[in-house]
Every structure is written in C-alpha cells, then in structure tokens.
Design a protein around this ligand. Structure first.
Ligand SMILES: O=C(O)CCC(=O)C(=O)O
Length: 290
C-alpha cells in the first residue's frame, strides 16, 4: 500500500548571497529565501502600477492567447474571488483562472527589469526573467534550468517534489496522463499513484519571499490571491554556453524534456535582436526569450 501525501517540512527562510545560491543549486536544494535585493521591485509593482505603466505590453495567458497586460489586470480586478482549488481537488480545463494567468518576459517591462538584483545572478552565463501575473493554476512541471522565483505581491502556495523523485514520478517536463489541474486528486492518483507516494514540500510565499528551485525539480505554483505577482529568473550556467546546438540528450534519452532545450547562441542572438528592434525572435511555449 502506498503512503499518500507525505509532506516534508517547510524549509527555514534563508538570506542568501550569490555564492550560497550557487551552492544550493549545485546540491539540488529547495530553499525558501528572503532578500532585500528585490526591494525596488517590491516598491514599484502592484496591479494598479502595472496597468498604468505597462498596460499596452503583450502578455501570454496560460491558454496560449496573447492579450494586453492592462486587459489581464482588469480581468483580475473584476474577478477577485475566483475559488481557489488545491492540487487535491478535481478540476477541469475550463477553469476560468486559465484566462486570468499570464506570463511576460521582464525585458518587455524595461523599468522593472532594471531593478533586478543582477549581482546575485552575476556568475551565470545568461539570465531570463519572467513576470507571472494572476491566478497561477498549480500545474505540475519542471524546468531544465535552475530558477529563483520571487513573490512581489499577493500570495502563492507551491508544491515541490525534491528532484531525486523526478524520474520516479515521470521524468518529462509535464508528466504524461496527469491532469493540468488537481494532479493530487483521487482520479489523478489512479493514473499516476507515484504522485501521492513520494514526499513533497508545500511552501507559502508572501511578498518579499522567494524560492530556489533547482533544475528538474517538479513544482506546481497556485496563486492564492487574485493580485499575485511573481518574478522568476532562469539561470543558465556557463558550462552550457559551449553548446552550439540544442541539448541532443533529449533525443537520446526519451524521458528528458523536449520543450526547454538549451539554445545558448540562439538566446544570445534573440537578446541582441530584441535590443536592436524591440521584437522577439525566440519563443517556446509561453516563454519569449529576449
Ligand atoms: O508562478 C507561477 O505561476 C509559475 C512560475 C513557474 O512555474 C516557474 O518559475 O517555473
């Protein structure tokens, strides 16, 4: 008989510097952090200020539609009480929150991009930062890249499986046969019982708190307030900058993730193109690499 829903303790909050961040990522540690380096972002960002200063910016919703950031903020302000589901309840793909959940590369919001703590990330070859707005749906996935997720406004609950369980669960970017929402519901556990059997963290993020999420760690963030705004930064290590072509291991090892290959030179070229033209040249799924 499998042991269901084994919860790990919430990690203690740490104040980290760049060296500690690198160490945690090397060791694959999930760490809750507090850092005053994000203070300018905390001061400057709210739903109202985003609408006022960046209302015309193009943002992608979780259903893959492009809309204006101002419209998404308005949708959130008009729907502040969407029922919050957990990973344990049945849910369906018509959930209205999928339309009220968007992501945008922070470079499109230049003024905010400049407030990022670049010294914290100085030892990585490339960083890409994204702003997550609204009702994060709690869908389960991992990224192939190390990540720091920082809560700017509102609250978020994140479920994470330590990455030694990644292959046990499935090993793909999004586990197959697992619903986008409610992946710990009784029906979902019938299709993938490992999700209920392996231990996980449930971590609450309040404004000013962040999470270190090592590459390949399955995680599922749920926004627990309509005004949730987070900024994450993907950290591309120097050793991968030698790659001239996408990571071919994804084709050799069928279980790795085909959706987030490392294209070091393509990302470099896309960044240059964006700096010259203001236009994007590289997009995977909802992510524009700028
Ligand atoms: O906060 C969110 O809604 C999604 C963030 C996320 O999945 C990530 O940073 O990898």
């Amino acid at each position: 008989m499998l042991v269901l829903h084994k919860k790990l303790r919430e990690p203690a909050v740490e104040h980290i510097d760049s060296a500690m961040l690198a160490q945690h990522l090397r060791e694959g540690n999930i760490v809750k952090i507090q850092s005053n380096r994000f203070e300018r972002l905390l001061e400057q960002v709210s739903l109202a200020s985003l609408k006022e200063n960046f209302g015309d910016a193009p943002i992608f919703t979780h259903k893959g539609k492009q809309t204006l950031l101002g419209n998404l903020v308005q949708g959130l302000q008009q729907n502040p009480d969407c029922a919050i589901k957990t990973w344990y309840e049945e849910a369906d793909y018509d959930d209205p929150r999928l339309d009220l959940y968007g992501v945008i590369n922070l470079k499109r919001l230049e003024m905010l991009y400049q407030t990022l703590p670049f010294d914290l990330f100085a030892q990585w070859a490339i960083t890409q930062s994204f702003l997550w707005l609204g009702y994060s749906t709690g869908s389960l996935h991992f990224d192939e890249i190390d990540n720091v997720l920082f809560q700017v406004k509102g609250t978020k609950r994140i479920l994470l499986f330590p990455r030694q369980y990644t292959d046990v669960i499935d090993g793909r970017h999004r586990p197959e046969r697992v619903p986008t929402l409610g992946f710990l519901s009784p029906s979902a556990l019938k299709t993938n019982p490992w999700l209920g059997a392996v231990p996980h963290h449930e971590i609450v993020l309040n404004p000013g708190e962040g999470l270190v999420i090592p590459a390949y760690t399955y995680h599922a963030p749920i926004a627990t307030s309509y005004n949730s705004i987070s900024v994450n930064t993907f950290l591309f290590p120097h050793f991968r900058s030698k790659e001239l072509i996408p990571d071919l291991s994804q084709f050799l090892v069928p279980k790795t993730n085909p959706f987030t290959p490392m294209f070091y030179y393509l990302i470099k070229a896309a960044s240059w193109w964006f700096s010259q033209t203001g236009r994007s040249a590289l997009k995977f799924s909802l992510y524009e690499f700028l």
